[in-house]
Design a protein around this ligand. Sequence first.
Ligand code: ZN
Ligand code: ZN
Length: 580
Amino acid sequence: MKRILLPISVMIGLAFAKSDLVQSSFGDLRCQGCRTVVQALSDRLTTDPFVSAINVLIGDKYDALSIAQSLSQLIITPDYFCSKVTNLCEGKAQYQEVDPQDDIHNILKDKPNHISNNFINELYEELGNRRYIAAPKRLKFLHISDLHLDLFYEEGTISDCGQSYCCRNDTYIGQGSNKAGKFGAVVGNCDPPKVTLQDALNFIKEKINPDVIVWTGDNSPHDGYRTSEWEVTLNTNVTTQMIQQTFPHLLNATYAVFGNHDNFPNNNWNFKTGSPAAQNSMSMWKPWIDPEKFEQFQKTGYYSQRLKNINYKLVQVIALNTQSCDINNRFVMSELYDPNNQIEWLINELKLVEQNDGVAIIVQHIIPEECSESYAVRYRAVLERFQHIIRLNFFGHTHADKFKVSRAYDDQNSPISMLHVCGSISTWGGNPSFCVYEVDEDTMLPVSRQTYAFDMAKANQDGFITWDLYTDWLITYELKDLSPNSFVEFANKVKQDGLLARQYNQRARRDYNLSGFCDDNCRQNAYCEMMTQSLEEMSQCQGKSFPYDMGGDIVNGILQYLQNPWVKVQDKKEKLHKWN
Ligand SMILES: [Zn+2]
Ligand SMILES: [Zn+2]
C-alpha cells in the first residue's frame, strides 16, 4: 500500500490509543470508531488550529489551508482513511490501486497498426526530400511564456536585496549593490516591468508579424508570500489587455493557457471549487475562445478548438490545464484518479481529431517531469498512441529555452515526437526571450525554431532595448531538421561534448557571457532532461535513488508521494472501465 501518510497515521493512531474502541475485538466497532474519529478530524481540518499546525511544518499559511482542504476532500475522509489507509474497515474496502502499466496498455491497444514508431521522423524525411514548384506555405507561430509582470516594479531599487523578492519600493536598501534598471534586472530576485513586455510585443508586431500566438501562462510575479487573489487576477487581466491591444487582428488566432502562477495561492487549483484567481480572468479571454467551448473552459481550465488560419483541413489546438498534474498543486492528491479528468478528455479530443483526419497542436504550461508520476507515464502513452496526430507540443514554466524528446514504450525507446519548451519574458532566471517557429502548412510540422532575446545590462545602459536573434536552432546547433531523430543526435553530442553542453545550458538562460565548463555530471543532467518524460525516469537517468524529495523538502516529498498511484473505486463501474 503506497498511499501512507505517516504523520496523519500517527495522529489517528494516538486518537485510537485513547479510545476504548481500540480494545474491542469487534471489527465493526473498530471500523465505526475509526469513521467517527476521522469524520471529527475531517470536519475540523480546515479550522485555524489545524491549519496553523500544518503551517508550522511548511511555513506558508495559504498553502497550509490548501493542504488541509485537499486532505479533507479525500485522504482524511472516513471512507478512504478507514478502509484504504488503516484497513480498519477491511472487507468493505472500495479502493483499488491501479497499475499504471494497465492504463498504458489500454491507451496503446487501439493504436493503428500501420503507424510505426518512426512516423514523424519519416514525415521529416519526406519534407526534406520534397521538391517545390511554388514556395512552400508556412505559418509563423509566436510562443511567449512566463511573463510574470511586476506591476509594482520600481527602477533604482536594489535588485539583489537579500529577500525572496526585490525591486520594490521597500528594497531601496538591501544586501546587494545591483540596481533595478529601466527594463528589469537579471541579477537578483525580480520580475520585469510592463515597459519590457510592451517593447517585446511592439517588436514582435513590427519585425516578426506572427500568424498565430501561443501564450503558455505564468503572469504574476514571484512575490507569492505577499500577493493576493486580486493581484494575481489583475496580472492576467493587464497582460491579456496588452496582448489583445497589440494584436487585435489575431483574436481568432491566439491560444492561451494558465500557469501555476495564475492561481492563488500559486499552484493551487481546487478541482471541486475551481481557481477564482484564474477564473476571474476568463471573461477577458472570450475573444480568443469559441463561444461553445467557453463553458467547459470555465469549469476545467482546458479547451480545444480549430486553428482558424487553415480551413481546408482540421488542425485542432488543444489547450491543457496543467494544474491537473502539477506536483505542487495540493489538490492533485484530493482526486482518486485522473484529476480534473484531463487525460480522459485529452484522449477523447485526439480520437475525434483522428476520426476527422486532422492533426493536433497541444499548448500547456508545466513539463511532464513536474507532473505527478501517475499523470506523466500516462501522458507519455497518449503521445505514443497519437504520435501521427500531434505535430506541435508547446510548454513553458521552466523559464529555460529547451526541448524534450518524447519516446515510445517500445524496446528501443524510439523517439516519436518533440516537446518544445520556450524560455521566459521574465528576468527570473535569465535575459528576456520569446520563441518563433515556422510551421510547414502541409504537415503542420515546425521547420525552424528561433529564439529572440536581449542583453538587459546593455539595454539599461542604452536606455532602449535591442532584440537579437539569439539562437537559431538549426544553425546554432547544426541540426539537420527539427525531427525527434535530429534532437536525439544532438542530445548524444551534448552528453559527450562539454563545450556544446555548456553552450546549450547557457543559451537556455539567454546568457550573453558564454564561458565556463560543463563537467560529466552537468552533461549527464542536460542529457537526462532532454531524453526523459517523468520525474522518476529523470531521477533514474541522473542516478538518484528516490525521486520525490525535491530539494530536500521532506513534507513536499511526502505530499508528492501521496499523489501516486491513482486509485479506482471498485463500486463505480465508470471509473473501472474508463479507458477500456
Ligand atoms: Zn514561470
Ligand atoms: Zn510555472
